[in-house]
Design a protein around this ligand. Structure first.
Ligand code: ADP
Ligand code: MG
Length: 581
């Protein structure tokens, strides 16, 4: 293995030469207490940055084993260290050192959610950070001294700050890991408590703005306060502060299984609660405000998404007798309407194992949600293909075990089918279940129930992998996440705008490659078996092997773990997908 002196010598030699000479750097270098791997050298200063790894022996890093024993704690510690590297980069690196990406040092750190990522590996033998780096140049000329400053000074400083336990802020690290552990412990308890979600008292749900996912300041935000009738307390493994007191159980609001309505006046905070529940499928960083808003991992947000494609989904429980006899038991379209898209998304979610649906009137198709008495009088059932959600929501729970949390400020017909009704008033929840039930009895809805037959069993579709083609031009595999909402798959761009629980572009990238992996292995079985098979692969082998061009023991690229539901959602939106039985 080369040494750090070799690195200096090479940099002095190639200083002032053409950019391609940087290729000579590709190798491993023994520094006094860590190893630097330069795995990939970019082709020019504007190309995607070079990929490097910094590997510290476990004995030198000295991380306490209890902080990374078990998957939950290991992922949390890794995530914490990634954030610390990111801070250290901002504090220590000069930044711009020439043209293009010259001087860039970056690690794939996430937002408010804590995710399993490829950017950091904590193992008993070593700790490894995977970084991107822009090797510096002026024009096409190598700036060797600048590169030396980055690789031989800035990088060791960052490693020194973050990858040695004695220099880490140990209390913050512990708080972070224990907090994530607590969240996952609550999640595991939800089912036996009969809940789909839990919102701890004192949680801060609103965000700074539509463009920032950080919490609204404590001065402006109204902390969540649970109505007495819904309050319960859940034990957590690590003591935590609530109401200024250290406690080993958290009190808060349990959202029961069944059908829950969130009602209330406009702008009183309804959608904010639902969005927190959507994100609650992931753990959050301490101080996020939603760290103790915990939702079952099998909750899926459903919204209308006209224009999406649908491939042979049985939406006949919601939509039947379309004009010109179009089949809705195996419904396919390249251009769904609001209602057909919403029906398909529900069936698809249940097909892969969703046990809770989250819906907001703001993003739902009105005609899918309800048809009131007057409309029923004007447009007869035989001319209306839709059986509205209000007539299926109880059946979904009672016969299929699928709960619903629904924001609905505009239609009282849902009082008849709700188990729990929470009103948001001045950003505070009130339990108005009994009042809503009384009103439902006193003011009988004049509408008629429109179901004529039960929801058919959810059939499992089998992806026909030969229908997927990830090639484009000369490239056999062209997959690229353009943003959190768009991933290039061969000739297609999968539009994931309607998949609202995707939170990170590295998840989107992982999904693109996961689809390719499933297809290249011709993974057997129905959609649920396929996405669960992928999830098991991630459990066993991590995310390092997702890129087919990746060779072992190198920087694997930036990936974050997606849920099975979002992988399925992307496949369902791939227009080239064909399925069989
Ligand atoms: P609704 O869905 O009831 O119309 P929203 O949830 O969209 O209302 O909230 C309206 C506004 O109030 C948003 O700007 C949101 O950030 C803010 N908001 C929501 N909850 C709170 C809260 N607990 N404290 C302070 N502001 C809040
Ligand atoms: Mg709203």
């Amino acid at each position: 293995m080369r040494t750090v002196d070799d690195l200096r010598t090479i940099l002095a030699r190639i200083d002032g030469r053409g950019y391609k000479a940087y290729k000579d750097l590709q190798d491993a270098y023994a520094f006094p207490w860590f190893t630097l791997f330069i795995d990939h050298v970019q082709g020019d200063p504007f190309a995607s940055p070079s990929k490097i790894r910094v590997r510290v022996p476990g004995a030198v890093a000295g991380l306490p084993t209890d902080l990374f024993s078990g998957r939950v704690r290991r992922v949390a510690l890794q995530d914490f260290l990634i954030r610390e590297v990111s801070h250290a980069i901002h504090a220590r690196c000069q930044g711009n050192r020439g043209i293009g990406k010259s001087g860039l040092v970056a690690i794939d750190a996430g937002g408010q959610e804590v995710l399993e990522r490829t950017a950091m590996v904590v193992a008993p033998e070593w700790v490894e950070a995977r970084l991107s780096l822009g090797l510096p140049a002026q024009g096409r000329t190598i700036l060797g001294r600048q590169a030396e400053a980055m690789l031989c000074r800035e990088l060791p400083e960052i490693a020194e700050r973050v990858m040695k336990w004695m220099s880490v802020d140990q209390e913050r690290a512990r708080t972070f890991v224990d907090c994530v552990d607590n969240q996952e412990s609550i999640r595991r308890q939800l089912d036996s408590l009969g809940l789909v979600a839990f919102i701890a008292d004192g949680s801060i749900l609103p965000r700074v703005s539509g463009a920032s996912d950080r919490p609204l300041s404590r001065e402006r935000a109204h902390p969540f306060r649970t109505p007495d009738s819904l309050r319960l307390s859940i034990p957590v493994p690590h003591p935590v502060f609530q109401d200024g007191k250290l406690t080993d159980s958290l009190t808060g609001c349990g959202i029961p299984k069944g059908v829950t309505l969130i009602v209330g006046g406009g702008y009183h905070g309804k959608s904010t609660v639902l969005r927190a529940l959507e994100r609650g499928v992931y753990p959050h960083v301490p101080e996020d405000g939603r760290e103790y808003v915990v939702t079952t991992e099998r909750a899926v947000k459903i919204r209308a998404e006209d224009g999406r494609s649908i491939e042979r989904v049985d939406i006949s429980g919601f939509i039947k007798n379309l004009p010109y006899g179009q089949d809705t038991a195996k419904f396919s379209t390249d251009n769904a309407s609001g209602s057909t898209s919403q029906a398909a998304s529900i069936i698809e979610a249940v097909e892969v194992g969703a046990t809770a649906l989250l819906l907001d009137e703001d993003t739902s198709a009105t005609n899918f949600m309800v048809r009131d008495a007057r409309m029923q009088a004007l447009v007869h059932k035989e001319h209306e293909p839709i059986t509205p959600f209000v007539d299926r929501v109880r059946e979904l729970y009672e016969r299929h075990g699928v709960s619903t949390v629904l924001v609905m400020g505009g239609c009282g017909d849902y009082f008849d089918v709700a188990d729990t009704v929470v009103a948001m008033q001045d950003y505070q929840p009130l339990d108005v279940t009994q009042e809503a039930q009384r009103i439902a009895r006193e003011f009988r809805t004049q509408r008629e129930i429109e179901t004529t037959s039960p929801l058919s069993g959810i059939t499992s579709r089998v992806p026909l992998w030969e229908s997927l083609d990830s090639s484009r031009g000369k490239r056999e595999v062209k997959i690229d996440a353009r943003s959190v909402d768009a991933v290039v798959y061969g000739h297609e761009v999968i539009d994931l705008n309607g998949v609202e629980q995707l939170v990170d572009v590295s998840q989107t990238r992982a999904i693109g490659y996961a689809l390719h992996l499933a297809s290249s292995r011709s993974m057997k079985g129905g959609l649920q078996a396929v996405v669960q098979g992928l999830d098991k692969l991630f459990d066993d082998a991590g995310l390092d092997g997702l890129d087919p061009y990746h060779q072992g023991e190198r920087h694997p690229g930036n990936f974050a773990r997606p849920r099975t539901f979002e992988i399925a959602a992307a496949l369902n939106r791939l227009r080239m997908l064909r399925t069989g039985e």
